[in-house]
Each structure stands twice: as C-alpha cells, then as structure tokens.
Design a protein around this ligand. Structure first.
Ligand SMILES: C[S@@+](CC[C@H](N)C(=O)[O-])C[C@H]1O[C@@H](n2cnc3c(N)ncnc32)[C@H](O)[C@@H]1O
Length: 200
C-alpha cells in the first residue's frame, strides 16, 4: 500500500506501532533515541544498538556483529542521512537536530549504506519471528552532486523481505523546496517490510 502524508517521523512511527501487535523491538540505529520521544516506551521491550559510542544505545556495536538467541517482532532501521561531501546543505532539519543535542555529525557513504542494508537483510532474517517486520525510516540524499535513492536501494537489497507498505511523508515544519534539486530534502519515507518464508 502507498500513502502520502504531512507529518513528523515520530508521529508516523506512533501510528505504525498502533496498527500491529508488537512486543519486542530491535532498534539497530538507536542514536539519541529521538524517534521514541513521543512514544510510550514502557509498552514495548526495546533492545537498542548503535555503533556510535556517544549514542544512548545499550549495545554500542555495529549491528552486523550483534549475536543473540532472542527473537523480535520488529527491527527498526533509521540510517544516517548526512552523506559526505554532498555539495550543498542537504537535510538542514536533520543537521539542526544533531547540533542541538551536541551529537557528532554522522557522515555516510553510498558504499556503507549498501553494506549496511545487506547486513540488515541477513540479521533481520535470523532474529525476526516468522511474521516479523522491518520498519525503515529513510530519506534520499545527494552524494557528490548525484541523487542517491536510498529508499530504492533498501527495497532492492532487502531480498529476504517483501515491501508491504510505503509511506511518503512531507516533513512537517520544513521549508518548501521550489527547486527540483532540493526536493529530496523535504520528504522522507517510512517502509514496512514483511519476512519471506524462504531465504533468498
Ligand atoms: C539517523 S541516526 C538515528 C537516529 C535515531 N533513530 C534517533 O531517533 O535518535 C543513524 C544512526 O545509525 C547509526 N548506525 C549507522 N550504521 C550503523 C551500524 N552498521 N550499526 C550500528 N549503528 C549504525 C549511526 O551511528 C547513527 O547514530
């Protein structure tokens, strides 16, 4: 299903969570945990991972190295959106958030983005229950003058999963992009993936 909304990322997560019966969540890019700010966290059992030593995650490791016998209902993936040397001020809203929280600016490359999603494809297949879901929040980016369609890469690389829902959201309280080359800044995607029964 495709939907389009004007909203904040956190409100959309709240809506998505309310639609499913979920207990255990593995958040593999926890950062400051800001996505959880408006959400009653006590309703969920959340295991948090982030490779940034300054993050608020419980496990400060690359999620690719996470080993567990636990099984989860959902994996949450919110990859970095500050790509290196993007050439102009992309993601201005996101940048301000990081600064306000005195968090390091996280920079990413397309190679890392692709490697991450391949690792996610493997990890998620192992640790999700059979009816498990991946929730992805992602924005496209500009890298060295070209658009990096991060959402499309994720759909392509999550080969053990089917895309069940695609939500395009225009970021609330963001500026209006009147030039095509800035259009990727003001919208983002939430995607819900469902585990396939057979590993690809
Ligand atoms: C956009 S931020 C996440 C923000 C977070 N969801 C929040 O609400 O505060 C992306 C995070 O992904 C983390 N990250 C990127 N690749 C990772 C990996 N392979 N393993 C663990 N953390 C990773 C970065 O360190 C960064 O903190």
């Amino acid at each position: 299903m495709l939907s389009v909304t004007i909203n904040t990322a956190s409100n959309i997560l709240l809506d998505i969570l309310s639609k499913y019966k979920i207990e255990k969540i593995l958040d593999v890019t926890y950062g400051e945990g800001q996505l959880w700010n408006n959400i009653p966290k006590d309703n969920y059992n959340i295991v948090s991972i982030d490779k940034d030593k300054n993050s608020k995650a419980i496990h400060k490791i690359n999620f690719a190295d996470f080993k567990t016998n636990e099984r989860f209902d959902v994996i949450l993936y919110d990859p970095p959106y500050n790509f290196q040397k993007s050439g102009f001020q992309m993601n201005m809203g996101a940048k301000l958030v990081w600064k306000d929280n005195k968090t390091q600016r996280v920079e990413f490359t397309p190679t890392e983005a692709i490697e991450n999603v391949r690792n996610l494809n493997k990890l998620a297949f192992e640790v999700l229950n059979n009816d498990g879901l991946i929730f992805v929040k992602v924005s496209d980016a500009r890298f060295k003058g070209n658009i990096f369609a991060h959402h499309a890469i994720i759909i392509q690389e999550l080969s053990n999963f089917n895309l069940k829902e695609l939500i395009v959201y225009v970021k609330l309280n963001n500026m209006v992009a009147n030039k095509e080359k800035c259009a990727h800044i003001i919208h983002g995607y939430w995607m819900i993936f469902q585990k396939r029964m057979i590993k690809s």
